[in-house]
Design a protein around this ligand. Structure first.
Ligand SMILES: *Cc1c(COP(=O)(O)O)cnc(C)c1O
Length: 440
């Protein structure tokens, strides 16, 4: 009996097709063009291995290898953000608009990022993106773009304050997330911090008393991920601008102009009008663009920063410049659309999805009202009325690991799929993902 089984196994092994034979399957030939030979061979070997263990018929090796192929050449998976956190740092913050995606695609080959095609002479790198930025922030005499918000601050501190002092309120010595502490970054550039005031109260007089020959600039940092309430006081940019040293304002979220739904969120234009010499911000928060850091303001200061040797180490690539410009000049960003989405309409979408899913066998799926947040270091304390699909909690993991990963949130023992950050055109994909989770 045992011998017979062994005989069958070795017979099966002999019938397993060789790698080069499997690779002649037209679907796998196409895959090599798309993905390169490495991942395709790995899929074939995995399928052969399964057949060797008897988990698969030898005839099924090619089909299985095709099924095992990675979807794309990279490891990053597109996911549906149903967390209800509009700018989720772990999900890459802002989702680019269709225009910005197209711009990235178009810039992927050779582009005129640093060449004037008319004259054939080298030109200012990313000039159209910088012009677009200044177009949106009229009070900025000049603009510069670096890798992210932290890089913008690092460049400002290095170029303007290395070996000198940055005056900063004790209430604004903040940690942005995951151990990133702004004071540590500033000190790492060789600047010294001159702390003034207290955690809850700092006045213009506190700043004035600390300013001296060693002062490079006063830094105002937006406490973008927490709120202090109660007996508090902070000096405004206008008061500080009267102190005769440059005021640098880290607004964080990248709002260029005031937003009616976010009255407490600082914006670049208002801060410059109030007298800030320089504003720093992220590109992938409320601005809704690619990861980058914006520096806006006084022409001499911006020139000093952009000509500093460190600027080269922090410069952005053409893809970022392309995405940023399209974000600035193009249609409404997904972030802006999510921010202003109408709560009743979100509820109607949730009800429609719940009904459609119920009709196809998902029996414990309900539409519920909930609250979304901005997240990503912006608008702390602001909640946005939203609507979600509510499912049994175990679905959270199943949905996350499905063919189209959906990331929801757990609340009250249920898995909520919040629709505020899900573009309406993704509703069908979301429904398909839930259906496939129900079947698994
Ligand atoms: C987010 C944030 C930063 C860091 O910006 P990154 O783009 O994440 O590097 C710095 N300061 C403030 C106030 C922020 O909100």
């Amino acid at each position: 009996m045992e011998q017979q089984v062994m005989g069958q196994v070795s017979d099966v092994r002999r019938r397993i097709p060789r790698t080069d034979a499997v690779l002649r399957d037209p679907r796998l030939v196409d895959a090599v063009v798309r993905l390169g030979p490495g991942p395709v061979k790995a899929a074939v070997r995995q399928a052969q291995e399964r057949a060797r263990h008897g988990a698969l018929d030898p005839e099924e090796v090619a089909d299985t290898a095709v099924a095992l192929l990675p979807r794309a050449a990279g490891g990053l998976r597109p996911v549906i953000n149903a967390t209800g956190v509009l700018l989720h740092t772990n999900l890459g913050r802002a989702s680019l608009s269709a225009a910005a995606r197209q711009a990235v695609q178009d810039a992927a080959g050779p582009t005129d990022v640093e060449l004037d095609l008319r004259t054939g002479v080298r030109a200012r790198r990313g000039r159209t993106a910088l012009d677009a930025l200044r177009g949106r922030v009229p009070s900025a005499a000049a603009a510069h773009v670096v890798n992210n918000g932290a890089a913008a601050l690092a460049l400002a501190a290095t170029a303007l304050a290395a070996g000198r002092e940055i005056v900063i309120s004790r209430g604004e010595m903040v940690e942005i997330g995951d151990g990133f502490r702004l004071p540590d970054l500033l000190v790492s550039t060789g600047a010294r911090l001159r702390e003034v005031g207290t955690t809850n109260r700092t006045t213009a007089e506190d700043y004035a008393a600390a300013i001296g020959p060693e002062t490079a600039f006063v830094l105002k940092v937006h406490p973008s991920n927490f709120r202090i309430t109660g007996f508090t006081r902070a000096a405004g940019v206008r008061e500080l601008a009267a102190l005769d040293v440059p005021v640098v304002v880290d607004i964080g979220s990248g709002l260029l102009a005031p937003h009616p739904l976010l009255p407490e969120e600082p914006d670049a234009e208002s801060r410059l009008r109030a007298g800030a010499a320089l504003v720093t911000a992220s590109g992938d928060k409320l601005l809704g663009g690619p990861q980058c850091g914006l520096l806006l303001g006084d022409a001499d200061l911006v020139r000093t920063l952009s000509r500093h040797p460190l600027a080269r180490a922090l410069r952005v690539d053409k893809l970022t410049l392309a995405a940023l410009e399209a974000t600035l000049t193009g249609p409404e960003t997904p972030t802006a659309a999510a921010l202003t989405a109408d709560a009743d309409r979100l509820m109607r979408r949730a009800e429609r999805l719940a009904a459609a899913l119920g009709a196809t066998g998902a029996d414990d799926v309900r539409a519920v009202a909930c609250a979304a947040t901005v997240g990503g270091g912006g608008a702390p304390g602001v909640t946005l009325p939203s609507a979600a699909l509510s499912l049994p909690e175990p679905y959270a993991a199943v949905l996350r690991t499905g063919p189209v990963p959906v990331v929801g949130r757990l609340e009250g023992g249920r898995c909520l799929l919040d629709l505020r950050a899900v573009p309406e055109e993704d509703d069908e994909r979301l429904a398909d993902a839930v259906r496939s989770a129900v079947e698994r």
